[in-house]
Design a protein. Sequence first.
Length: 256
Amino acid sequence: MVTSPLVARFLVLAAVALALSGCTSSTYTWGWHVISPFDARGRNNLLFLTSGIWATLSISIISIVISVLVGIAVALAALSRQKALRGFNQVYVETFRSVPLLVLLLWVYYGLPVVAGIQFGVFAAGVISLALSDSAFEAEIFRAGIQSIPKGQWEAGRSIGLTSWQVMRLIVLPQAIRRILPALGNQFVYVLKMSSLISVIGYQELTRRANELTLVEYRPLEIYTLLVLEYLLLILAVSWLVRRLERHMGASDRGH
């Protein structure tokens, strides 16, 4: 079986080979000097582009943390005995799953100041939009994970005197998180990729910086090829971390 580091290397090399193959298969004159580390101008451009990595990671991490917390709350509403809470869950999930992220982002940034007099900065608008959009999917993931835990776990917790909240927090949620960890990892990858849309309102992440550099250098293929590789490496790193966490949690279960 091919190990994950080999798969990662293969994908990176394949992407580079695909990009470089264009040098001989078309009449386009490539200008790799604009992002070459051996050229002073190229080094400055590389520094400008890669400095957007932290902006991409920061908005993605904050958004996924908020969306997970909101998703858990919305999922618990779906499991409530109160009809109003179950109705709230259904409306919330269906609404934010149906609205495209870009449309939601534009409405939060441009619409709220007009409709409600609420003005958010670029970063806050991006976090709110990403978190709201992703939380609807997180809610369904957590709901399915919680419902997959056998009822015997609930009954065992109640039999030793735990309250419903203690059973949920100490017994059910830890087991559910182990089961849904791959899905949570996929959602983080989704948020990481969708953060590129925040560039349309001026947030200085990877895509925005690539767009701005393209307007200066007039070398879109070279710059966007590097952008592809940047996202590829980020996604591979996240996927590797999720797999490590899965193995760690699996080993902990076997140890018990």
